[in-house]
Design a protein around this ligand. Structure first.
Ligand SMILES: NC(=O)C1=CN([C@@H]2O[C@H](COP(=O)(O)OP(=O)(O)OC[C@H]3O[C@@H](n4cnc5c(N)ncnc54)[C@H](OP(=O)(O)O)[C@@H]3O)[C@@H](O)[C@H]2O)[C@H](O)CC1
Ligand SMILES: [K+]
Length: 467
């Protein structure tokens, strides 16, 4: 569970935000008191009177832990604090001095029902020492409830990579902002439920967790054209395009046309069909000025005709959603294909497609941003952690969508949902954020063992929650 619409900051961005707060006259001790108080509040809520063991690391994460221990003890909680060693000079050391209780060695710690992990936070720079990792993992395993301060110790702040964090953490209390480590890779599965504590650090990064979109109910003057016309191009596997077309309809487009050489079979009567038998036919059809967005790729195929259809779609200056086989046809030349595009484009690769299209080092956020900049397209990099990045550097991340989405056809549904938002929302990350939220919510409503066709049935309910 991730707070929606929350800012996402790297370790460096967090430090810069903290420095700005210090420059405004707030001391590090004050900030640490706020952080520790936020920790103590959440621990008290979950501990419900059970004995508490607090782990304090060598830095400011440990400093937060000393504050929390003092406040919990003052409220009458049964608190034992253990430390990896003497705290760093400065605020953490001063907070340790205010802690009245004993500070015994972490390595002599005995398990207790409630465990608070104040070992490391955004200062994690390398894998946990194996001995420390083993002691930490055992205390986590034997606890009934575990809360990590800011980040689970053993998760890389900026990428979510595993630096030795144990499984079994129930709650992670993020301080000031989410970090990529709460949303990506191993961090997504180790954080447990992520809560966000506002401790008075303004963080402006243009990067946020996906929020529920506001969708406008059609007005009295709305009609099928004013609500947007989406053209979905059929290819070798017509079912995929039909899924995308139905998703566009359910997602709010006023008029959806399925164009292909056998478009008549399957799907609802409300889905308009148009026979297109060649790239020339397609070019002529896409010239229709009523078309507001085009979806190409679901079930397209990868043969010469598919490539000719891709060229035809590129040639018309209409907003374009490219998925599936269209992405495979672009391959590593996506930037070259897209550099002449005069209209906005969205690419919706899953990680396999993304890795074939784009080389690059760094976190999923960094590689997706680089791909968006290189292609001047908005990229929806799908996965258990879906990262949306625009060429202008905006980022939205949705983490923790239903794992049951990992089944054929759900990507086709997302492509159709995205096109429906494009014709209503405009450009950049906004339509992608709305589509990703609707897609994840429909999956939640569909429950376990969903198939893509069932996903379609739950889109209206997901939309109704956004009105
Ligand atoms: N966000 C906020 O508003 C506030 C956050 N606070 C807390 O501060 C931590 C960040 O504190 P910091 O001191 O920068 O770093 P850590 O406490 O995470 O780590 C302490 C030092 O540990 C060393 N280190 C790093 N990795 C390892 C490792 N694998 N094994 C051993 N030691 C390690 C590293 O120092 P080195 O010199 O050894 O590299 C770290 O500096 C943040 O997460 C919040 O909890 C503030 O309290 C207030 C506001
Ligand atoms: K921690």
């Amino acid at each position: 569970m991730i707070p929606s619409g929350a800012p996402i900051a790297t370790a460096a961005q967090m430090r810069a935000a903290e420095e700005a707060v210090f420059a405004s006259g707030v001391s590090q001790d004050e900030l640490m008191e706020r952080a520790g108080a936020a920790v103590a509040r959440e621990v008290a809520r979950f501990a419900v009177g059970r004995p508490i063991l607090i782990l304090a690391g060598p830095g400011n994460n440990g400093g937060d832990a000393y504050v929390a221990a003092r406040l919990l003890h003052a409220e009458g909680h049964d608190v034992i604090l253990v430390a990896t060693g003497a705290p760093a000079p400065g605020a953490a050391e001063r907070m340790q001095a205010l802690w009245q209780g004993p500070t015994s060695s972490l390595y002599a710690a005995r398990p207790r029902p409630v465990l608070v992990d104040g070992l490391f936070g955004t200062g994690m720079t390398r894998p946990l020492d194996r001995g420390l990792a083993a002691v930490f993992a055992d205390l986590v395993k034997q606890a009934e409830f575990v809360l990590s301060i800011d980040l689970p110790s053993g998760i890389d702040t900026d990428s979510g990579a595993d630096l030795g964090a144990p499984r079994g953490i129930d709650v992670t209390l993020a301080l000031g902002a989410l970090k990529p480590g709460h949303l990506l890779d191993c961090g997504l599965e180790r954080c447990g439920r992520v809560l966000l504590a506002d401790i008075g650090i303004p963080v402006e990064t243009g990067r946020r967790s996906v929020a529920r979109p506001q969708i406008e109910t059609p007005g009295v003057h709305s009609h099928k054209y004013s609500r947007g016309l989406v053209a979905v191009i059929e290819g070798a596997m017509p079912g995929a395009a039909r899924l995308a077309a139905q998703a566009a309809m359910a997602g709010g487009a006023g008029y959806v046309v399925l164009a292909g050489d056998r478009p008549w079979s399957g799907g609802p009567d409300a889905l308009v069909r148009r026979e297109v038998r060649s790239a020339e036919d397609l070019t002529e059809f896409l010239g229709w000025d009523r078309i507001d967005a085009v979806v190409l790729g679901p079930g397209l195929g990868r043969d010469r005709r598919a490539e000719a259809y891709l060229r035809a779609a590129f040639a018309v200056p209409k907003p374009l959603v490219l998925d599936g086989d269209a992405l495979t046809l672009l391959g590593g030349d996506a930037a070259a294909w897209l550099e002449t595009r005069a209209a906005p484009t969205w690419l919706t690769p899953h990680s396999g497609e993304f890795d074939r299209m784009f080389a690059g080092q760094g976190s999923k956020i960094e590689t997706t941003l680089a791909a968006a900049a290189a292609t001047r397209a908005t990229i929806v990099h799908k996965g258990a952690d879906t990262v949306i990045a625009s060429p202008k550097g905006a980022v939205r991340v949705l983490a923790g969508a239903s794992p049951w989405l990992s089944t054929a056809g759900t990507g086709d549904v997302l492509a159709g949902l995205l096109a429906a938002q494009v014709v209503q929302e405009g450009k950049g990350v906004a339509p992608a954020e709305a589509a990703v939220w609707l897609h994840a919510r429909a999956a939640q409503l569909a429950g376990p063992a969903l198939i893509a066709d069932a996903l379609l049935m739950h889109i209206p309910q997901a939309v109704s929650e956004c009105l």
